[in-house]
Design a protein around this ligand. Structure first.
Ligand SMILES: NC(=O)c1ccc[n+]([C@@H]2O[C@H](COP(=O)([O-])OP(=O)(O)OC[C@H]3O[C@@H](n4cnc5c(N)ncnc54)[C@H](OP(=O)(O)O)[C@@H]3O)[C@@H](O)[C@H]2O)c1
Length: 313
């Protein structure tokens, strides 16, 4: 599998990051392990989880995904060849929402225990916290990096101006900067004025910010839950904007001409951006993921990428 450098760091990651949000909860243990093995066979080594996954599934409290990854890495003896990303900041039973220093430090210890490791490769602030000074949050991350418990930090669900504020704090203090941003992103554009609160979707500002400041963009929910291809999953209202029909039609026509699926075209379009966007690839069956991995074999010409980028209503 192709790799890219994460932001301006020297950390190389797979171009498809495996989204493991439902592993060990909605996706049962056996299937989750098969999906991890399949990703490994494809040459992937970049895993995405969070302390809260998947606390909203009835009967679960969060921590199940990290626990399952920990067990799998132990069994496969591959911790040191994997790049493990996890996150802190959302509420879960017994944990408040926020990026206070004590929350970050306490949650980091719990994540390390569940993952059965002594370091996290990439630790994300999962959601912005306007009540905590960025100095407090970034200093806590800095201490974890100094202690060798975290290698790099990233942000998720932050707006561009906040990333710049944090970058300024990090530079002034000589601390690590957020090297990447994980945000909601797909080919369809949200209807103007749409809110996904507490999630934050990519906008033009953020794309430009990432290009200029050299942050890698990681796209979550790239396949909008399967809505591109499934009759049981309508395109969410939030994506039904003035250019939705035109963009869907462009995707369908190009996918048909190339003999690929729309899901594959969306994923290929992302990794063909300059700089490449890393999709969080996720599925609950081996067959879904097999289809998604075949996007890695798709080639797109500059004209095709440009054409897709430019479709408007
Ligand atoms: N930072 C954040 O705030 C945040 C938020 C959300 C997600 N994430 C990360 O991003 C990852 C992906 O998010 P997501 O699950 O929302 O992604 P998504 O790409 O929007 O949806 C994945 C779902 O789409 C369906 N699907 C996938 N491939 C398919 C295919 N080839 N054919 C038909 N259906 C297909 C499956 O639904 P079924 O399983 O129902 O069949 C699958 O579970 C997560 O695992 C997590 O790591 C981060």
């Amino acid at each position: 599998m192709r790799t890219v450098l994460l932001g301006k760091t020297d950390l190389r990651v797979s171009i498809f990051c495996l989204g493991t949000m439902y592993f060990g909860s909605r996706t049962d243990r056996e299937t989750s392990i098969a999906l991890l093995d399949q990703y490994l066979e494809r040459g992937g080594f970049f895993l995405d989880t969070a302390n809260i996954y998947a606390r909203w599934i009835p009967g679960f409290q969060g921590g199940e995904s990290e626990t399952l990854l920990g067990e799998w890495m132990k069994e496969r003896k591959n911790r040191h060849s994997m790049v493990v990303a996890t996150k802190v900041g959302f509420e879960m039973p017994g944990v408040e929402r926020g990026l206070r220093a004590h929350q970050i430090e306490t949650e980091c210890e719990k994540s390390l225990r569940r993952l059965q490791t002594d370091y996290i490769d990439l630790y994300y602030a999962h959601v912005d916290d306007y009540r905590t000074p960025p100095e407090e949050t970034l200093e806590a991350f800095h201490r974890l990096i100094q202690a060798g418990k975290v290698r790099f930090i990233g942000a998720s669900n932050f707006r561009a101006w906040r990333l710049e504020e944090c970058r300024w704090v990090s530079q002034t203090k000589g601390w690590s900067e957020y090297c990447c941003i994980q945000q909601r992103y797909t080919y369809l554009r949200p209807k103007p004025g749409t809110s996904f609160d507490p999630q934050v979707a990519v906008n033009e500002d953020l794309l430009e910010y990432c290009r200029i400041r050299g942050l890698t963009l990681l796209a979550y929910s790239p396949l909008i839950g399967g809505a591109y291809s499934r009759s049981d999953r309508p395109i969410p209202l939030q994506y039904q904007g003035p250019d939705t029909e035109a963009r869907l039609q462009a995707l369908r026509e190009m996918a048909e001409k190339k003999g690929i699926t729309v899901n594959q075209l969306v994923l290929a379009w992302m990794i063909y951006q300059d700089p490449p966007i890393v999709p969080l690839a996720a599925g609950s069956t081996l067959a879904q993921m097999e289809e998604n991995y075949r996007a890695l074999e798709v080639t797109l010409s500059e004209e095709e990428v440009h054409f897709l980028n430019e479709v408007t209503g």
